[in-house]
Design a binder for this molecule. Structure first.
Ligand code: INI
Length: 154
């Protein structure tokens, strides 16, 4: 059986993190998780750019523009949509999820999906570096692995 796997190796990769400013308190921790993960997996911090956008709704458009420029190997999108304080939670979350998936498929650039969608602030805190891990780091790992898998599938 031939098995193809992507190494979690960020050496030589150029990565852009797209971060929503909404729920900044949570998102800063997701950014920190992503940068820490990338740095610990060989990515030179000089090759990591950070682009801030107002909220999750704006993430797909900015990811689309970044992907079209073709000067990064992968994108990590981080943000937090929290139902408790968001009457239009479903709309914002759904548009962000759909849009990012579409950009990813159309551009062929791997996008690590680090958008938290939670019912409460407490759940968001849990996923932003406390007891349920750090979704920013997980998204960075997924992006790295996907970049390396795609390299092997010509
Ligand atoms: N954006 C978020 O990233 N998270 C949220 O929880 C949120 N809430 O609560 O509404 C949110 N709204 C802003 C939205 O993403 C846009 O920036 C705004 O509608 C302007 O287009």
């Amino acid at each position: 059986m031939k098995s193809i796997e992507g190494k979690l190796d960020g050496k030589g990769l150029r990565v852009t993190i797209v971060a929503a400013r909404f729920n900044d308190f949570i998102v800063e921790r997701l950014i920190g998780g992503a940068v820490d993960y990338l740095a610990r997996h060989g990515c030179d911090e000089k090759n990591i750019d950070l682009v801030r956008v107002p909220g999750a709704f704006e993430m797909p458009l900015v990811c689309k523009r970044l992907a079209a420029r073709k000067n990064c190997d992968g994108i990590v999108a981080v943000g937090a949509v929290i139902r408790g304080s968001t009457p239009h939670f479903e709309f914002v979350a759904n548009e962000a999820i759909k849009g990012i998936a579409q950009v990813c498929l159309e551009s062929g650039i791997p996008i690590g999906f680090g958008l938290l969608t939670t019912d409460t602030l407490e759940q968001a805190i849990e996923r932003a570096g406390s007891k349920a891990g750090n979704k920013g780091a997980e998204a960075a790992a997924a992006m790295l692995e996907t970049v390396r898998v795609l390299e092997q599938i010509a």
